[in-house]
Design a protein around this ligand. Structure first.
Ligand SMILES: [Zn+2]
Length: 301
């Protein structure tokens, strides 16, 4: 929360000028700090993000402003897995007018909006963003491409699986042998979820776990399942007729391959919590805060 500390001088400035108090005498570092307080624009934040990444910024990317623009003065930053209506309202209440979201805002990967023009849900969200002068930046591709992958780092930390990670560059874990049921139940409890889904015998003993966060597509998921050192693939989501059926066939052929669908949000959200901490290491002049979006799905179990 170091951003708060740095914003204190500007708060004092506002108070002193409002109340007509005499200015603090211009001696030493205080006056230097006062005079250096300048407006932070969204583009300044984006440029600093680009400087801090280990990858170069791609021309083809979904990481762009989805509302507002780079000249907007930033009062505070919220990071989130997904800029839901509720997350946006919370950010506005907290005075955080720049929202950095991992996943799309408008219900499709590229945030294409033509289809949604006149849609009652889209229009309310769009006008909320405009009314509150919010600038909304998607931060997906580059947060995965930087090394270490920011989502992976946040998730390994959240899971507490660092000691099981075989290679720090890969999401493959050698865990104590356990029942597939127990591995899933522990995850479900840890993430306070009741909608994790599994393909495979609950009593199967497993220890080699691979993780493919989010919705990386069935090819990425199957590529991981092909590895000899992966018995269980934990992933966010998949079309049910792709990876799910691949695993069902593998089991019918006697192969010891299992699948846990953990939910997209559960499999990535901690990476955006870590993103707020990462931003705080170089954005010092405004508050930066993580706002959880959570997972809206439930089952009657
Ligand atoms: Zn992701």
């Amino acid at each position: 929360m170091s951003g708060w500390r740095r914003s204190l001088p500007s708060l004092i400035m506002v108070l002193t000028s409002t109340l007509g108090w005499p200015q603090i005498s211009s001696t030493g570092n205080d006056s230097d700090e006062f005079s250096s307080v300048k407006e932070l624009r969204a583009d300044d934040v984006l440029n600093e993000i680009k400087n801090q990444l280990t990858c170069s910024w791609a021309d083809e990317t979904v990481d762009s402003y989805k509302s507002g623009d780079g000249s907007t003065t930033v009062k505070g930053i919220a990071t989130t897995f997904l800029a839901t209506q509720a997350v946006l309202e919370q950010a506005a209440d907290l005075g955080l007018n720049m929202v950095i979201t991992h996943e799309p805002t408008f219900y499709n990967h590229r945030d294409e909006t033509t289809f949604f023009e006149g849609d009652p849900v889209y229009e309310v969200k769009r006008s909320f963003l405009e009314k509150h002068n919010m600038v909304l930046l998607r931060f997906h591709d580059h947060w995965h491409r930087t090394r270490p992958d920011g989502i992976h780092l946040g998730m390994v930390r959240r899971l507490g699986w660092k000691e099981y990670q075989v290679d720090p560059g890969e999401m493959v874990f050698k865990m104590p042998p356990q029942r597939l049921h127990d591995l899933t139940a522990a995850l479900q409890k840890d993430f306070d979820a009741n909608n994790m889904r599994v393909v495979g015998d609950p009593d199967a003993r497993v220890s080699m776990v691979g993780m493919a966060v989010g919705a990386p597509g069935s090819k990425a998921q199957i590529r991981m399942l092909r590895r000899d050192d992966v018995q269980v693939l934990i992933t966010g989501e998949t079309p049910e007729w792709e990876t799910v059926e691949y695993v069902r066939d593998a089991q019918a052929q006697g192969k010891r391959k299992y699948l846990i669908l953990m939910g997209h949000a559960h499999s990535e959200e901690a990476g955006m919590e870590y993103c707020a901490e990462w931003l705080q290491t170089f954005i010092k002049d405004v508050p930066v805060q993580f706002i959880p979006a959570g997972n809206p799905l439930w089952t009657p179990n």
